[in-house]
Design a protein around this ligand. Structure first.
Ligand SMILES: Nc1cc(-c2ccc3cc[nH]c3c2)n[nH]1
Length: 229
């Protein structure tokens, strides 16, 4: 059963990159089907409007619920998971990507302006799995880039998408923390040499060196990922 993804957005062109590279191949292989829907196709007024002023005042505009209800109803099934990117959501992570990779149907609701009327989440929450997700503690201009990131992170984990599942095995066995640095040819580049141990062929020493490098990098860049932190 291929994973089906429906993306609803006012900027369908944001998703052209999904036709390229690994994501494009995943679609051609039939492992994943991705459909992009223009929210404005689900409006009923002459101006195809999707936003209005916020109740309670405040700056900016809020996306009205009805076009979203029409658009989501057009694709939703009882197997759907509705994903709403938002800075206020739970943090997206590799384990969440793995969960999404094993879903049957994902619907991404890409908001713009100040976000989507909360009643859209409230309406679907009793009916299907609804997940408000953040990709990090910084504010984007809309949910489209967050959706691209979540689709790429999830689809690469769909069995059969990655040509070499070996890289997933390494990823999953990775020590808590960040990855060791990588090197390839040439052995010397602008006077800089590849660490000797990597050319030695001593696989135990290489594994030890890589574990040390991972710890050094994690301590320096991501101490929050160190065990016991
Ligand atoms: N992690 C993260 C999500 C977002 C986001 C998501 C949706 C909308 C809609 C309008 N602005 C948005 C921002 N920013 N940062």
């Amino acid at each position: 059963m291929p994973l089906r993804i429906d993306v609803i957005t006012i900027f369908p062109d944001y998703f052209a990159p999904l036709q390229l590279s690994l994501m494009g191949k995943a679609q051609q292989s039939g492992l994943v089907t991705i459909a992009i829907h223009d929210l404005r196709e689900f409006t009923s007024d002459r101006h195809r409007s999707v936003d209005d002023t916020p109740y309670g005042g405040g700056a900016g505009m809020v996306m009205t619920p009805e076009p979203w209800g029409q658009a989501i109803d057009a694709v939703v099934t009882d197997q759907s998971t509705l994903i709403v990117p938002t800075p206020a959501g739970k943090l997206f992570s590799q384990p969440v990507a793995a969960e999404l990779a094993h879903s049957t149907h994902l619907i991404f609701a890409c908001g713009r302006y100040e976000g989507i009327d909360q009643r859209v989440v409230e309406y679907y929450r009793p009916r299907i799995d609804v997940r408000e997700l953040s990709i990090g503690d910084y504010v984007l201009a809309g949910g489209d880039v967050a959706t691209l990131a979540m689709i790429e992170a999830s689809v690469r984990l769909v069995p059969g998408v990655l040509g070499n599942p070996e890289s997933l095995v390494e990823e999953s066995h990775q020590l808590p923390g960040v990855e060791y640095p990588s090197y390839t040819k040439p052995p010397t580049w602008r006077g800089l040499d590849v660490p000797e141990v990597l050319l030695s062929g001593h696989h135990d020493q290489i594994a030890r060196w890589r574990a040390e490098q991972s710890t050094i990098r994690t301590t320096h860049n991501r101490p929050d990922l160190l065990p016991g932190s």
